[in-house]
Design a protein around this ligand. Structure first.
Ligand code: FAD
Length: 475
């Protein structure tokens, strides 16, 4: 054994199986402690009813139970992680802290600081790849550069996987369970109230078991994924994003399962389409790591010259968008979905983002921050990637002159209006013909209390094309 005692610091990897840093700690240390820190520097920025805290809280209880079954347990702290981890490491007398890589700029800065403090105290800090199959510099162009475009990245990603099938090997935990050490104090896990939060309905099953059940359910319909994934009224997608965000499911397990399916010709067109989405997630993680400015500024610098609407009129339009009062039924239904459940279907993320930027002329960053506050699966890399794609400011973004028509999108992707009826009750009695653009139909009364459109799409389209004139030279 290299180490006498070690500490595993859980962050966005809340599971007790196939876990890189836990595996490495258990196989190199005589005694292994586990910790999760409710980081006050992050919690301070959240509203009392933040859905993610309820999700984490329930998933932490499940993780603690899973560790206890193997003879371990979770030490939980409510503190600034930069202070708490070195202090706990010193208190336990561990030789090393093990954790998994986090690629967000703030997390990288935090980890550098924790590593420096530990090292100053004579302790090691080991961090491992765990949340992706291939990270930052494993999938590069022949010239050794990061790919700025998805399709060649995906092809290179798949090629690398074929060459390195061991990238999917699980990091076993259970066979090494005898190395778990019981925590010195056995204080109960903090309640949400002790953390300063209210319990909120997560609208999604939590913890490792919740994730496994969702994945099992999805596998029964994965073959329909390619055909169903764009229709928000049906359960066409996996619903696993929050579990990927918090690591309550292992990405290696997901990709292994899909690869095995592809190997025997199962999963129809759905399996490769779904694998492709998992690769998008890694593409955006790589982009954020390589270009950390994308959280704040356009990926393509020329697009920072665009002048967005501002002032009281823009504030009012933004408020109408946030509250789902734009008068465009699909946009309003989508905003009701995010506001009521903390989730929004992918097609609708594209539609609402495009509407904010290209119909209302509002800076994509306003929308990106709103999603960051509301989404239970908020992920800086995918959110900035998705917003910059919709705003045409990002890498591999759709060209600025492609502007979604919110009515046509509605007719195409919610043809019967079922999704709209679910979230905009004022429109429940409208027919499938009327519901996409109530203002155009005689039975306006059927849309009682529903607002008129805040902008006319055709006029907004012209304004947007003019607004993007400044980038014409750069396209
Ligand atoms: P599935 O269709 O089942 O896909 C499986 C997994 O692949 C997802 O769980 C997710 O991890 C990944 N994935 C799917 N689509 C994308 C994509 N376009 N980009 C990156 N990863 C993808 N995803 C987030 O996880 N967090 C975000 O904060 C986020 N913000 C977005 C903002 C905008 C404006 C847009 C257009 C997309 C955003 N996405 C985000 C991507 C996508 O909408 C969600 O991942 C997806 O809706 C989650 O549902 P699902 O798990 O059922 O997806």
């Amino acid at each position: 054994m290299t180490f006498n005692k070690s500490l595993v610091w859980f962050r966005r990897d809340l599971r007790a199986y196939d876990h890189a840093s836990l595996h490495h700690a258990l196989t190199s240390s005589a005694q292994v402690y586990c910790v999760f820190v409710y980081d006050t520097t992050m919690l301070e920025q959240l509203a009392r009813d933040d859905r993610r805290v309820s999700f984490i809280h329930a998933s932490i209880a499940a993780l603690d139970a899973g560790l206890r079954e193997m003879g371990g347990a979770l030490i939980v702290r409510h503190a600034d992680a930069v202070e708490a981890i070195p202090a706990l490491a010193a208190g336990l007398g561990v030789d090393a802290v093990f954790t998994n890589n986090d690629y967000e700029p703030g997390a990288i800065a935090r980890d550098l600081e924790v590593a420096a403090r530990l090292e100053a105290d004579g302790r090691a800090f080991h961090s491992y790849k765990d949340q992706v199959i291939f990270e930052k510099d494993e999938v590069l162009t022949l010239a050794g550069k990061p790919f700025p475009v998805f399709t060649p990245y995906k092809n290179a990603w798949l090629k690398r996987l074929a060459a390195h099938p061991d990238s999917l090997a699980p990091f076993a935990v259970e066979p090494y369970a005898s190395q778990f050490a019981a925590p010195p104090d056995s204080s109960p896990l903090p309640s949400l109230a002790q953390l300063g939060f209210d319990p909120v309905d997560t609208h999604v099953a939590t913890g490792m078991d919740g994730a496994a059940a969702i994945f099992d359910g999805f596998l029964e319909r994965i073959e329909h994924y390619a055909a169903a994934r764009d229709y928000p009224a049906v359960a066409g997608t996996s619903g696993l994003s929050v579990h990927l965000r918090f690591g309550t499911i292992s990405i290696r397990h997901l990709v292994r399962t899909v690869q095995a399916m592809l190997g025997y010709g199962g999963g129809g067109a759905g399996a490769p389409a779904w694998l492709s989405e998992l690769v998008w997630r890694e593409f955006y993680a790589m982009i954020l790591f390589r270009h950390p400015h994308v959280g704040e500024r356009s990926f393509k610098p020329a697009y920072d010259a665009i002048e967005w609407e501002s002032g009281p009129a823009a504030d009012a339009l933004f408020a109408a968008w946030c509250d789902g009062r734009t008068g465009y039924p699909l946009v309003d239904a989508a905003m009701a979905q995010i506001n009521q459940t903390g989730f929004m279907h992918n097609r609708l993320r594209m539609v609402t983002a495009s509407f904010l930027v290209k119909d209302l002329g509002i800076d994509w960053r306003w929308g990106e921050r709103y999603f960051a506050r509301k989404l239970i699966d908020y992920e800086m890399a995918s959110n900035t990637g998705g917003w910059q794609w919709a705003a045409s400011t990002g890498c591999d973004a759709q060209p600025y002159f492609r502007i979604f028509n919110p009515v046509t999108q509605s007719e195409r992707f919610d043809p019967d209006g079922d999704f709209i009826r679910r979230y905009v009750p004022q429109l429940a009695s409208m027919s499938r013909r009327e519901i996409h653009a109530p203002w155009l139909h005689e039975r306006k009364g059927a849309a009682r209390g529903y607002p008129a459109p805040v902008v006319a799409h055709d006029e907004a389209r012209k304004k947007t094309l003019a607004r993007f004139d400044v980038v014409k030279a750069a396209v």
